[in-house]
Design a binder for this molecule. Structure first.
Ligand SMILES: Nc1nc2c(c(=O)[nH]1)N[C@H]1C(S)=C(S)[C@@H](COP(=O)(O)OP(=O)(O)OC[C@H]3O[C@@H](n4cnc5c(=O)[nH]c(N)nc54)[C@H](O)[C@@H]3O)O[C@H]1N2
Ligand SMILES: Nc1nc2c(c(=O)[nH]1)N[C@H]1C(S)=C(S)[C@@H](COP(=O)(O)OP(=O)(O)OC[C@H]3O[C@@H](n4cnc5c(=O)[nH]c(N)nc54)[C@H](O)[C@@H]3O)O[C@H]1N2
Ligand code: SF4
Ligand SMILES: [Mo]
Length: 720
């Protein structure tokens, strides 16, 4: 056979880069950026080429594994596996109630069409309140803020990168991450274009990051104190510069008076000693922003996974709104995806605090509880205790705070099943692992990330290689589990299986139940396209495999706003109430303590892809970065081993000196720690890396949302 070149997609991060791939004898042999892709324009990062490693990795599971009595693994048939899972789920729920079964869904799920079409309804049909995901260690504050201000958790204005004159980034590093809650492939070139237009990039970050390095201006900020900084910026905008009524006239805004009151006393002079940013710098951050015709503020992990994550995300929205940059070209705009999850009601608005977690009384959001309390819910006896856990595409032992505590808790479960293609720190505890196919073997359409992209486009990427014999797609796994559970329930209650089938299979409610159990992600996508207001059909997408250009972002929030009041809520009461905490709890650390923050690397991908030789080769990248003054203060020098300790736990790290970090701050990346026994990865490099989440503290939350605090963790560092 001659090699063929075709189009595909990288689903490793939110940038959703288009790929040109060469397939030879059923194997992908070459991967390049697809220049014809209207969104990614030929951009890829080193991770795209590592998809070949994933595709060919002998450690990647292709068929189910069952844990043996001595802790090893043996093969099991798909059918026997589905029957076993169904039996455990049904018997647990019969014995302990629906909440006896818990679910953790990890990050890669949002990058899988089959999960969205079949996994979401399957898991929802289990009816458990013990739902957890990576959201509460990530973007929960953004979704909660969108829910409170715009009326929908996914009505999230996106920075109009391609037309702005002034981009203010707080706590994000898109040069490395390629954007998050802002699908922004080719970010670096997009910033070159900003410069060519005469625009400015301003970065606020405790580390001089790769993004700060290309910025016009960078300010260090003390971790966890951004809410004070942003409220001081709002103070300058509202009380010193004054709101320009003409610039905000295009939108219905409610709560401006309350917002004004909330930032009356939050002067730059108040914020300066708290944040470490000079009062005059705070003033110029605000006035430069206000002076730009088209400006937008954007903040991500550094201002989501910290003590005041929700206040930060709210203040960022408020800064855009009061300067008239919300719903303005070059400001923050809603997208016009071909399949609009909000307009089509394919995603719920979100709801907050409808119920609480059993042990720590933490609020749900959108039906999920904070992952920081997953271990408590497993190990604390009582009614509603978790006995059976389903994890899908996740690794919470590595990715959630207090990972070592969760590691212990998982060992105490009655039963655990993981849908994942690796044995990792988390899935090693499973009784069963069900591996799905990977991206090249399955069809893909980005239902989620077209909704969050800086440019409107639509792209369907059919599978480019056959799945291996006996392998299953994730949606087939969910379909078969649905049937197996229905069969099992039928035997215990004599009930028909259709009720569950109807609830569980397939996404759009329009589809009749029998058709739904036969539906594939591709047929459901075709249906969504056909029944929507857009012009594109699946055949049209198949004719344009690089994607269809749907044009730049456009204003239109007024017509799309789902808030019941019909206005943008600038001052949600829940958040105003949280301001008190800002005045009482703003990061206080004891003498000798430092503040831990995280970081990402271009060759990292959360806790996985560490098995790719292409990505993990080369120098270790998991050093604890420290300022020279702090290093000397701890009696250490570069290369030394040291103990990094917090209230929650400790790890041994190798320290490295850098001038690129604020004194008093240390940085350790997350996603490592694959040395826990039983993990079946070859791990080409980065072997001694500790898990940052053995040090982050599951008790330390952004209290209002329940989101994890992964940045700004008080720690000490001492020679090991
Ligand atoms: N300290 C600290 N902790 C953090 C963060 C931080 O910045 N600092 N970041 C947080 C963030 S933003 C996130 S999103 C989370 C991520 O945390 P998680 O979502 O818990 O973990 P991942 O590392 O994404 O886990 C990926 C797992 O999914 C599997 N997988 C990959 N693709 C597929 C697939 O298509 N199907 C299935 N079924 N499985 C698949 C992989 O084999 C791997 O085991 O980590 C969070 N944790
Ligand atoms: N290469 C690579 N790309 C990725 C990922 C990956 O693992 N590797 N993961 C993907 C995922 S799941 C996500 S969610 C995104 C995350 O995307 P980003 O949020 O852009 O990535 P981070 O590296 O977490 O950037 C957070 C920044 O906040 C800074 N920071 C820490 N604490 C504070 C603080 O208190 N205040 C301020 N102002 N800044 C602070 C950190 O120094 C860091 O530069 O990246 C995605 N892209
Ligand atoms: S930036 Fe890299 S990892 Fe992200 S989608 Fe593009 S190629 Fe894949
Ligand atoms: Mo994330």
């Amino acid at each position: 056979m001659t090699p063929i070149t075709t189009r595909s997609v990288c689903n490793l991060c939110e940038a959703i880069c288009g790929l040109q791939v060469t397939v030879d004898a059923g194997k992908v042999t070459d991967i390049r950026g697809d220049r014809d892709d209207p969104l990614s324009r030929g951009h890829i990062c080193p991770k795209a080429t590592a998809l070949t490693d994933l595709h060919l990795d002998p450690d990647r599971l292709r068929t189910p594994l069952r844990k043996t009595a001595d802790g090893g693994w043996e093969d099991i048939s798909w059918k026997a596996a589905a029957t076993l899972v169904a039996d455990k789920i049904v018997s647990t729920q019969e014995k302990y109630g629906r909440d006896g079964v818990a679910v953790y869904t990890g990050n890669p799920n949002v990058h899988s069409l089959g999960f969205v079409t079949h996994g979401v309804p399957f898991l929802g049909a289990l009816g458990t309140r013990n739902m957890f995901s990576a959201t509460s260690a990530d973007q929960l504050p953004i979704q909660l803020t969108a829910h409170l201000m715009y009326g929908h958790q996914l009505q999230i204005p996106i920075p109009d990168l391609d037309h702005t004159d002034h981009l203010l980034i707080i706590g994000a590093n898109p040069v490395v991450s390629n954007g998050s809650m802002m699908t922004a492939p080719d970010f670096r070139n997009r910033m070159r274009e900003l410069r060519r237009r005469g625009g400015r990039l301003v970065v606020i970050d405790p580390r001089r990051t790769e993004t700060a390095a290309i910025a016009d201006e960078h300010h260090y900020v003390r971790p966890g104190t951004d809410a004070a900084l942003l409220l001081a910026v709002l103070h300058v905008l509202v009380h010193e510069a004054g709101v320009d009524d003409k610039r905000i006239a295009h939108l219905p805004l409610a709560g401006l008076d309350e917002l004004e009151a909330a930032c009356r006393s939050t002067t730059p002079e108040w914020a300066a000693p708290l944040t470490g940013v000079d009062a005059e710098d705070i003033r110029s951050i605000a006035t430069d922003f206000a002076a730009a015709e088209r400006a937008v503020a954007y903040g991500r992990m550094g201002v989501s996974t910290q003590q005041f994550g929700t206040l930060c995300q709210w203040a960022i929205q408020a800064i855009n709104a009061v300067t008239g940059n919300l719903d303005r070209v070059g400001g923050a705009l809603l997208t016009d995806p071909e399949i609009d999850l909000v307009a089509r009601k394919l995603s719920g608005r979100g709801h907050f605090d409808k119920w609480r977690s059993r042990v720590r009384d933490l609020p749900e959001f959108g039906g999920e509880l904070p992952v920081s309390t997953l271990a408590d819910e497993i190990s604390t006896p009582g009614e509603r205790q978790i006995k059976t856990l389903i994890t899908v595409a996740g690794n919470p032992v590595s990715s959630s705070p207090g990972g070592s505590g969760l590691d212990e808790a998982l060992a105490g479960l009655d039963f655990m099943v993981s849908i994942d293609f690796y044995v990792n720190e988390t899935t090693r505890h499973a009784d069963l692992i069900l591996p799905p196919t990977m991206i090249f073997e399955r069809d893909h359409y980005d239902l989620i990330f077209h909704q969050l992209a800086v440019h409107n486009s639509a792209r369907f990427s059919p599978a480019v290689v056959e799945k291996s014999a006996g392998a299953k797609h994730d949606w087939e796994i969910f379909r078969d589990l649905t049937s197996a559970i229905a069969r099992r329930r039928a035997t215990s209650h004599g009930r028909g299986i259709n009720a569950l089938r109807r609830r569980a299979a397939g996404m759009p409610a329009q589809v009749k139940s029998r058709a739904r159990s036969r539906a594939t992600p591709r047929t459901l996508l075709a249906l969504l396209l056909r029944t929507g207001p857009g012009k594109l059909t699946l055949s049209a997408l198949l004719r344009s495999p690089s994607g269809v250009d749907l044009g730049p972002l456009r204003p239109g929030l007024r017509g799309k706003l789902v808030a019941k009041s019909g206005a943008v809520q600038l001052a949600p009461p829940l958040l105003l109430a949280d301001l008190d905490r800002l005045h009482t709890d703003l990061v206080s650390i004891a003498d000798g303590q430092l503040l831990l923050i995280g970081r990402r690397h271009l060759r990292s991908n959360n806790s996985w892809m560490n098995n790719s030789p292409r990505l993990s080769k080369g120098q270790a990248r998991h050093h604890l970065l420290m300022h020279p003054k702090d290093l000397a203060g701890c009696g250490l020098s570069t290369g030394d081993r040291a103990v990094l300790r917090s209230r929650a736990g400790s790890v041994t790290v190798t320290v490295a000196e850098t001038d690129d970090i604020m004194p008093g701050v240390v940085s350790l990346p997350h996603g490592f720690g694959q040395r826990r026994s039983g993990v079946r990865l070859a791990v080409a490099g980065q072997v001694d890396a500790p898990s940052a989440n053995d040090v982050t503290d599951p008790m330390h939350l952004d209290t209002v949302s329940g989101n994890a605090v992964l940045n700004g963790v008080p720690v000490t560092v001492s020679p090991s």
